[in-house]
Design a protein around this ligand. Structure first.
Ligand code: NI
Length: 390
């Protein structure tokens, strides 16, 4: 590369990095809910097209995938971010706070998007030296079910050998990377239990079967699954979050309904809890002369980072002098795991400082983390392309 060309590229890179802040602030000011990210998608597209970056023609309603083809033959890897916001009224006090009442980027997806726009632009600048291709997935609807599926349905991962995910980590100092092997986020399942009793006059309980009493016994017993049936060293969780039965004070209702969520990090634990939940509910109901049925709605599996990928990601951090710490595991969910079912991938968190957790109305992702994070993911993409994939 000639000296003048290099100088020109470095100048452009400088201006790209300086501009990430503008993308981040625009995205933060203009949050959109899952499946409604029309303006966000348009904005991302405009930014990419301005730099002559290819946007794949996938006919997605919202979200998009960019592709940067290197000057040399090689494999394809993917980077994935999410673009949707939450139904939260912002209380951050930021100058560039949300302009939309009741909507906020409170999970840092604006940060992820701005970073990946920066990564796309910088990689594009160096595309001649790139060996292979990089797909950058701007996924819609991470907060609602089905966002990752929308992307996967378009066969985006067909030629992809490896995928990397990004997420903000508010408790960690700005720009520090958090990388851990194993299950780092939980499988997310929802369940419903329908209880059929027999309705009667509240003053004649002996003539009916009270579903509220049955459900109370089920609620109490369900919490023994984690404490009595599961390995105490495994993180597992069951929360019953809604109960409904009856509609007045002097009638014992004939049926009841409850729902909740199960969070697990281990595949066998997931299956075991489902079985115990079903057995306990139906057994308890039976002992009262009622009937209970469990309906199970499986969500995404646990996010699982392979140790070898984590070692690789740490080496890349080391190469550019970035700090690395461990990820605090969470029983929250992430549909990034659906990509990991198809190809090897790891989910990396980035310290964004701030006092408040994600999904909090005063959540702030520190802008100081933007440029270091772009630099890291550019390097990670370049280095991943140097791997010899089978
Ligand atoms: Ni998130």
């Amino acid at each position: 590369m000639g000296k003048d060309i290099l100088e020109d590229i470095l100048q452009k890179e400088k201006s790209i990095l300086a501009n990430i802040k503008n993308d981040f602030e625009w995205l933060h000011e203009n949050p959109e809910l899952a499946y409604e990210e029309y303006n966000t998608t348009e904005y991302i597209k405009e930014q990419l097209l301005k730099e002559n970056i290819t946007v794949l023609d996938l006919h997605l309603e919202t979200g998009l995938v960019a592709q940067i083809d290197g000057g040399q033959e090689g494999s394809t890897i993917a980077l994935r971010c999410d673009i949707d916001a939450l139904p939260i009224q912002e209380e951050s006090g930021l100058e560039y706070a949300s302009k939309k009442a009741g909507l906020m980027h409170a999970c840092g997806h604006d940060f992820h998007t701005a970073v990946m726009l920066g990564v796309a632009k910088v990689l594009n600048l160096y595309r001649k030296e790139l060996k292979g291709s990089v797909k950058i997935i701007f996924q819609p609807a991470e907060e609602a079910p089905g966002g990752a599926t929308k992307i996967l349905e378009k066969d985006v991962l067909e030629d992809v050998k490896q995928i990397w995910g990004i997420h903000t980590a508010p408790g960690i100092s700005v720009g520090t990377l958090a990388i851990s092997e194993g299950a780092v986020m939980a499988a997310v399942d929802r369940f419903e239990i329908h209880v059929q009793g027999t309705g009667t006059h509240a003053a004649h309980p002996e003539e009916g079967i009270d579903p509220i009493v049955v459900m109370s016994a089920i609620v109490q017993s369900v919490q023994t699954i984690v404490s009595r049936n599961m390995n105490p060293f495994h993180a597992n969780l069951i929360s019953i979050t809604r109960i409904e039965s009856g509609n007045t004070w002097n009638v014992i209702s004939e049926k009841g309904f409850m729902e909740g969520t199960v969070r697990t990090l281990d595949v066998e634990d997931r299956q075991r809890i489902r079985e115990r939940l079903s057995d306990l509910a139906s057994g308890i109901a039976k002992s009262y002369g009622a009937e209970a049925t469990l309906s199970w709605y499986a969500g995404p599996p646990a996010v699982y980072n392979e140790a070898s990928l984590c070692d690789f990601a740490r080496k890349v951090a080391d190469k550019i002098g970035a700090e690395v710490t461990e990820v605090e595991k969470s029983l929250g969910g992430e549909d990034f795991s659906l990509y990991q079912e198809k190809v090897a991938g790891a989910y990396i968190k980035v310290g964004t400082g701030g006092e408040h957790p994600i999904h909090h109305p005063a959540f702030i992702a520190d802008q100081g983390a933007l440029i270091p994070t772009v630099r890291y993911f550019v390097e990670l993409a370049k280095e991943s392309l140097n791997i010899e994939f089978d």
